[in-house]
Design a protein around this ligand. Structure first.
Ligand code: PLP
Length: 375
């Protein structure tokens, strides 16, 4: 079955008790069991598993052609579980341009867990090869990346990691599985902030790990979730499952609009650069075209001539784009990432990140034009 069809149907079997089409939300924290804790209906306690989460996890696995998926309380909880399930002494590679909180996780928490990480330009395969060490257990990829929209060749990096016995995990939040399936490209695990495009309506927080194979890695992450407790509520799993139903059409439309917005911005005199992998001028365009299908996503970054002050003037003058963090929702958002991140931010001062929603693209282009006139 094709992605669009799976997105509508996976995990959507009618409720066996009532034949309801919309899945029930099971809020029960506890499930009757036998006298020696025998499972009667497949579940014991909500922190371990629950029926609503099961449906979402089955759907996420199906959308990736994967063995299994785990849903967590947030994207960073899912990311943390990956590192928490590595042994002390492990070394990881992370991208130079990476979701800010993952960089902070690496700098502030890995040392406490007896681990270390090196930031590397993952668009440069020679740099990746040189940074791999005998104790490297994990290569963390993010493509397209936040906020520079760097594109990493997943198949090539996963190949280098595999040669050294290291795991490849890809943060696929920007692309979503509608556009890019890291597991098909050789990665071991796909990670998603389901808070973003999968939920799709800016009203739920969650994260997911999707495993190509069952086995030790999957069980180690499941153990970390159960013991460290970063579990999603059943209602949040339900909201993400609901979001999946429209994922393919939302992402298709957002990608189309983002490309048009990117092209319009490229031509603007007040714009120094546009980072969008769908533009032929993007250094990662060929790789993105090979490993993404049907579009390049709804995220782009624009560098405003005149630096920080000009960028902030533009952000403040936008009327339709809301100044807010997050991405992948129905409404278009703008954010000056350098202001949003923190002391360790490496986002350029003149950069605004745009998340393209479902408005008419001409309204978005008009809004950017009136704001850029004030740059
Ligand atoms: C938002 C985001 C995360 C973290 O997700 P949370 O739900 O906010 O914890 C991780 N990676 C990327 C690329 C994101 O955009």
């Amino acid at each position: 079955m094709r992605f669009e069809t799976l997105a509508v149907h996976a995990g959507g079997e009618p409720d066996p008790a009532t034949a309801a089409l919309a899945p029930p939300i099971h809020l029960s924290t506890t499930f009757e069991h036998g006298p020696a804790s025998e499972k009667l209906g497949g579940h014991i306690y909500v922190r371990s598993s629950n029926p609503t989460q099961d449906r979402l996890e089955q759907a996420l696995a199906a959308l990736h052609g994967a063995a299994a998926a785990l849903h967590f309380a947030s994207g960073v909880a899912a990311a943390s579980a990956v590192f928490q399930s590595l042994p002390p002494g492990s070394h990881s590679l992370i991208p130079r341009d990476v979701y800010y909180q993952v960089r902070v996780l690496a700098s502030d928490y890995l040392p406490r867990w007896g681990q270390s990480a090196t930031a590397v330009d993952m668009t440069d395969l020679a740099a990746v090869r040189a940074a791999l060490r005998p104790e490297t257990r994990l290569v963390w990829v993010e493509t397209p990346s936040n906020p520079l929209l760097d594109v990493t060749d997943i198949a090539a990096v996963a190949g280098l990691a595999r040669e050294r016995g290291a795991l490849t995990v890809v943060d696929d939040t920007f692309a979503t599985p509608a556009l890019q399936n890291p597991l098909e490209l050789g990665a071991d695990v796909a990670m998603h902030a389901t808070t973003k495009g999968l939920g799709g309506h800016s009203d739920v927080q969650g994260g997911a790990l999707v495993f190509r194979q069952a086995g030790e890695r999957l069980e180690a992450a499941r153990h970390a979730r159960e013991i460290l407790g970063a579990v999603a509520s059943p209602f949040n799993s339900w909201l993400v499952l609901r979001g999946l139903r429209t994922l393919a059409v939302r992402v298709e439309r957002q990608s189309r609009s983002a490309l048009r917005v990117a092209r319009a911005l490229t031509a603007h005199a007040a714009v120094a650069a546009v980072h969008y992998p769908g533009l032929e001028s993007h250094p990662g365009h060929a790789v993105a075209a090979r490993q993404m299908r049907g579009g390049f996503g709804g995220l782009l970054s624009v560098r405003v001539r005149g630096g920080r002050e000009a960028a902030l003037r533009v952000a403040g003058a936008l009327r339709l784009f809301v100044n807010a963090t997050s991405l992948g929702g129905t409404e278009s958002l703008v954010e000056h990432r350098r202001s949003a991140e923190g002391a360790a931010s490496t986002a350029p001062d003149d950069l605004l990140r745009l998340s393209i929603g479902l408005e008419h693209e001409q309204d978005l282009i008009d809004d950017l034009a009136q704001a850029l006139a004030l740059a």
